[in-house]
Design a protein around this ligand. Sequence first.
Ligand code: ZN
Length: 142
Amino acid sequence: MNGMTKKTLKLSGGCHCRAVRFVATVHSPAAVQSCNCSMCRMCGFQHLIVPASRFELLKGKGALRTYRFESNTAQHLFCCHCGVKSFYIPRSNPDGFSLNVRCLDGLEGLEINCSEFDGRNWSDNAHALKHLSDDSAGQGQV
Ligand SMILES: [Zn+2]
């Protein structure tokens, strides 16, 4: 934790056309995953997983469409107008949300610890993400 200040930030974000907007409370430094699964490698999604209690959808519920594949557990939520997936409900953390760091309005004050997540071997690795949506633990901390 050398030189890193632990803090809590309220960050806003959403899709490209701004039909979908959200705010989330995140801890800094934040654990962020870059994933190589069949979905994430295509869209470049950068995961910041938060407990459901720390996420609020401000608008756009009616604009969201859901794409599912394989286990059909994850709900890949994308805007029906602009196609951007700014957040979704991940298979690893169905009790939380994964925010797309690329869709946050600004990263001011947010310290990011980015790691590679081997989503191609999902079942071997998903357990490592479990704690990120746990509201009682130091979620988002590394
Ligand atoms: Zn949109």
